[in-house]
Design a protein around this ligand. Structure first.
Ligand code: ZN
Length: 178
């Protein structure tokens, strides 16, 4: 301004100053906008961090529960394997090998109950004579349709429960749902 020699020069400087001040205000406004934006972003980041923390805790607790379940299942599996070995050792080799053969051929189900005169696995009706034999026979019998080992649970009479419980205190009354 001090160097301005003429009115025209003075006006030109004043105009330029005004122009620069406008730019400065614009820049300041942008800075304020950005600050407001960054505040919102920071809040979002904090909220996301908190959510992530919660999610991590949830996942960790689920992992702990799953590990616990797996440990329990493995323990149970070991017990069942030991029990199975004990049972298998008490079976005749012939029946055991028949059982294993049928189990492999029949998707793991080698034994079927006779229900309502039929095989509960393949649902074919049993011959009456076969069914009678199954009820009284001491031998292992195989379903004539699917080849599975058959067993028959005689219906429990209510009157028998008392004496059964007496002779075996661990016996539980069996509900006949058929
Ligand atoms: Zn069958």
């Amino acid at each position: 301004m001090l160097q301005a020699k003429t009115n025209e020069q003075y006006a030109a400087f004043a105009h330029e100053i005004e122009f620069c001040e406008k730019d400065i205000r614009k820049a300041e406004d942008r800075i304020l906008d950005r600050m407001a934006e960054s505040e919102t972003l920071e809040q979002n980041v904090k909220a996301a961090e908190a959510a992530l923390g919660q999610e991590k805790q949830q996942v960790e607790s689920e992992q702990r529960a799953a590990r616990q379940r797996t440990a329990e299942d493995q323990q149970r599996m070991q017990l069942l394997r030991a029990e199975r070995e004990k049972v298998a050792a008490g079976m005749s080799a012939q029946i055991l090998s028949a059982y294993e053969r049928i189990r492999r051929a029949r998707k793991g189900v080698a034994v079927a109950e006779a229900v309502d005169g039929g095989c509960s696995a393949c649902h074919m009706a049993l011959r009456l004579q076969f069914f009678q034999e199954l009820r009284i026979s001491e031998h292992v019998l195989f379903c004539e349709s699917c080849g599975r080992i058959m067993y028959f649970n005689p219906p429990v009479e209510v009157g028998d429960l008392g004496s059964a419980l007496h002779s075996n205190p661990e016996a539980q009354p069996v509900e006949d749902t058929r």
